[in-house]
Ligand binder design. Structure first.
Ligand code: FEO
Ligand code: CA
Ligand code: CA
Ligand code: CA
Length: 575
């Protein structure tokens, strides 16, 4: 472990300039190595052959027996890409085989990794290696809605059941102090629903139409996993509510009930807190595994004080008063059990749209993280879809009354704003559209950005041009540079860096490179099977270096300091 506040290998670097190149760029003195990519094979010792999934998002490094050179990576695979995976983008004409390819590529991976001579490698076969897919295993449904029939906001029945087939749409997630991981099913509709341009059309394959997305609630939950037991059954917790779950961040105060913070990642939706009926009791595993099964879910009601960021034209529009404020007070409003099955729609129905938009709606909460002192940081990515224009987002701090995790009131203030800073020093131009957050032990906040690929480097989205590709930033929280965002890494074309996570001794920053080249299917002339027509060739090639036209592959990358005797990472290794 690294002493709190002491420098780490990552706490000092020369910030890099924005880039639109098809490369993963890091500062001088660092190297970025692809650890594993979509399609790579790995294996369990029981002989099960596994394939690394698509669109890696959440990532956690979990220690194995306290050895810093060995661990498990728990990874989410958020959503498929029909064009790259089998070429058929018409959800109405997909074959069962094509749907099976998509189902197999989403879910989660557990990957055993080992550090050899300073670089991480996959350990295969390993008894820990595992895949959870969009079809299997059967996941247990727990909590107050297990085995019940609830009502949708329109009054139609929705069956919750006790088992769900597999897991899908897992965006970010979290860990627990009792050694489990949580993955969050986010944009869960659109897989089994009616085939629209944005749906995957899974129900249109023969033999796969038994799941009606509106009549059943199998997806949209927080899923708890035991990454140390490849035969364990994942559990979906209805007590944490069903919404577009982004991630979880826990707070444990001895003697207090266990608390989990969560965001509903949709424009105009809210921030939630779950207060368990139980305390976390170290060493009491059977007790702790039930912590997320019973408790009270709350949604944040924000009361703004002061206005700043927008012009008066935004006043009075949906979310306007809240979005323009930079500080205020708040209270936690309990969600009723009958509202858990579809929190956003059912809360809007009870509270009323006008009141909800004024006091509960936010600019799309992505990650939440809890600081050592209990302060909750919320990443509001952006909001351009509900009458408010906040292209660049902000990071907000929430502090519970009296520092009590179970408090029913809080205060809040904005911590860092996205958008151009006007600074001309390379790497200090500012971030936009913050997504995942992670703290290091040297008192820095790390932020990744998620500007939509359809807006990146486009003249039609001039407000994002200063930023170029998505990036990873570090924001010092003390000292002369406190609050300044320094650009640490650039992602390749149309990619987003997700799940940043440090290993146990903070010598490695793991980053998932998600959806490189994802605009390819909408580009004129894009042809399945012809990589020369794809918009990114990363990681095997580079479109901007006109080198090795390749299928772009979402990949997990390990960023480390360059060892004194290592080969120069700036020299491309040609195949
Ligand atoms: Fe999948 Fe909330 O980003
Ligand atoms: Ca996200
Ligand atoms: Ca996002
Ligand atoms: Ca994304």
């Amino acid at each position: 472990a690294v002493a709190a506040g002491a420098p780490t290998p990552f706490s000092s670097f020369s910030a890099i300039a924005p880039s639109a190149a098809d490369r993963l760029e890091v500062p001088d003195g660092f190297r970025a190595d692809v650890l594993i990519s979509w399609g790579d094979a790995f294996e369990n010792t029981d002989g099960t052959r596994l394939t690394y999934g698509f669109n890696n998002d959440f990532l956690a490094f979990l220690e194995l027996d306290g050895r810093p050179d060995e661990g498990l990576l728990f990874v989410n695979h958020e959503y498929p890409a029909p064009f790259f995976q089998h070429g058929n983008r018409d959800p109405k004409t997909k074959t069962p085989e094509q749907i099976a390819i998509e189902q197999e590529s989403v879910g989660n991976s557990v990957v055993h990794v080992r550090r050899v001579d300073g670089l991480w490698q996959v350990v295969s076969p390993s008894p820990y290696n595992r895949r959870i897919t969009g079809a299997e295993p059967g996941c247990e449904i727990t909590g107050p809605l297990r085995g019940t029939v609830q009502q949708n906001a329109d009054g139609t029945p929705v069956t919750v059941g006790s088992v769900a087939a597999g897991s899908l749409a897992n965006c970010s997630g979290g860990i627990t102090p009792w050694g489990t991981t949580l993955s969050c099913e986010e944009n869960y509709d659109g897989y089994w629903g009616d085939a629209s341009a944005f749906a995957y059309g899974w129900k249109h394959a023969p033999g796969t139409d038994e799941y009606d997305e509106k009549a059943h609630a199998h997806y949209g939950w927080v899923v708890e996993h035991d990454p140390y037991d490849a035969s364990s059954t994942p559990r979906k917790h209805t007590a944490l509510g069903r919404f577009r779950h982004e991630n979880t961040a826990f707070r444990h105060v001895a003697g207090k009930p266990f608390v989990l913070y969560m965001g509903d990642d949709k424009a105009g939706e809210g921030v939630y807190k779950f207060v368990s009926d139980r305390q976390f009791l170290p060493g009491r595993r059977a007790h702790n595994l039930r912590i997320l099964e019973e408790g009270t879910l709350y949604i944040a009601k924000w009361s703004p004080e002061g206005r700043r960021r927008f012009t008066s034209q935004d006043e009075g529009k949906a979310g306007g008063a809240l979005a323009t404020a930079t500080s205020g007070t708040g209270e936690w409003v309990a969600v009723q059990t009958s509202e858990l099955v579809d929190c956003a729609a059912l809360l809007r129905k009870r509270i009323g749209t006008a009141e909800y938009d004024l006091h509960f709606a936010t600019n799309r909460p992505e990650d939440v993280e809890v600081d050592e002192d209990g302060t909750v940081y919320v990443s509001f990515t952006n909001n351009t879809g509900s009458g408010v224009w906040d292209y660049h987002g902000s990071i907000r701090k929430l502090q519970e009354a009296g520092g009590d995790p179970t408090a029913t009131t809080f205060t809040w203030s904005d911590y860092a704003d996205g958008g151009p800073t006007g600074r001309t020093t390379a790497g200090e131009e500012g971030f936009s559209s913050c997504d995942n957050l992670v703290f290091d032990s040297a008192n820095n906040l790390w932020v990744v950005t998620d500007i939509s690929s359809s807006s990146l480097n486009k003249d039609s989205a001039a407000h994002y041009r200063y930023h170029a590709n998505n990036a990873v930033f570090m924001i010092p929280r003390s000292g002369p540079n406190a609050g300044v965002a320094f650009r640490f890494a650039n992602m390749p074309i149309e990619a987003e860096g997700t799940g940043p996570y440090f290993d146990a001794d903070e010598r490695t920053l793991f980053v998932n490179v998600q959806h490189p080249g994802e605009e390819t299917p909408s580009a004129a002339g894009a042809t399945y099977g012809d990589p020369s027509t794809y918009s990114s060739w990363w990681p095997a090639g580079s479109r901007s270096d006109d080198y090795n036209p390749s299928l772009p592959r979402p990949s997990t990358v390990a960023i480390t300091r360059v060892a004194a005797d290592a080969p120069d990472p700036g020299t491309p290794v040609l195949p």
